[in-house]
Design a protein around this ligand. Structure first.
Ligand code: NAP
Length: 159
């Protein structure tokens, strides 16, 4: 992934790297959603079609980009059929990979870093964030409350 933008991942996971269950988030954490909104507003977000279905609408004040193999037209959404297609969208600034598991598997190693929410409690789920600790190192703690921490992890394989 090249061009004039920085690709970043953003995710919330449990200690066992669970990120979803039945195409939903297994938890309700308004403070984490608030941080997600603050971090991504004004930028671009890239998601898999199932994550888009789960959210159910384009999120305001962001470029919404959805990865699918289908021929889809969705209001306020730009459709791509591979992550390489991002290079032809003339993106600028920060572009966030917001999930889900399939999209993280495809794109994580192209990301400059991860804005990582780590829940303190375990939840059952059916999708997990990929292993990332061999490639990414924690460089900054950003937030902590009773339920979770947020930190930034830099991709060590990128200059
Ligand atoms: N905790 C978090 O931070 C977080 C963040 C996001 C999502 N989630 C959770 O993650 C779950 C969804 O994740 P998921 O892995 O099931 O689905 P996903 O990654 O959101 O979407 C998968 C879809 O992306 C498209 N796709 C995947 N690979 C592709 C490729 N190579 N080329 C073109 N299109 C491709 C396909 O769409 P088509 O089927 O339309 O072709 C595929 O069905 C939900 O439970 C959601 O709540 C959690």
């Amino acid at each position: 992934m090249g061009g004039g933008f920085d690709l970043e991942a953003i995710v919330a996971m449990t200690p066992d790297r669970v990120i979803g269950k039945g195409n939903e988030l297994p938890w309700h954490l308004p403070e984490d959603l608030k941080q997600f909104k603050a971090r991504t507003t004004g930028h671009s977000i890239v998601m898999g079609r199932r994550t888009f279905d789960s959210i159910g609408r384009a999120l305001p004040n962001r470029r919404n980009i959805v990865l699918t193999r289908q021929k889809l037209e969705i209001p306020d959404v730009e459709i791509i059929h591979s992550l390489e297609d991002l290079n032809s969208l003339e993106l600028e600034g920060k572009v966030f990979l917001i999930g889900g598991a399939e999209v993280y598997r495809l794109g994580l190693n192209h990301c400059k870093g991860i804005y990582l929410t780590q829940l303190k409690q375990e939840y059952r789920g059916d999708v997990r964030f990929p292993e990332f600790r061999e490639t990414f190192v924690k460089t900054e703690g950003l937030f902590e409350n009773d339920d979770f921490t947020v930190s930034y992890w830099r991709n060590n394989s990128k200059k």
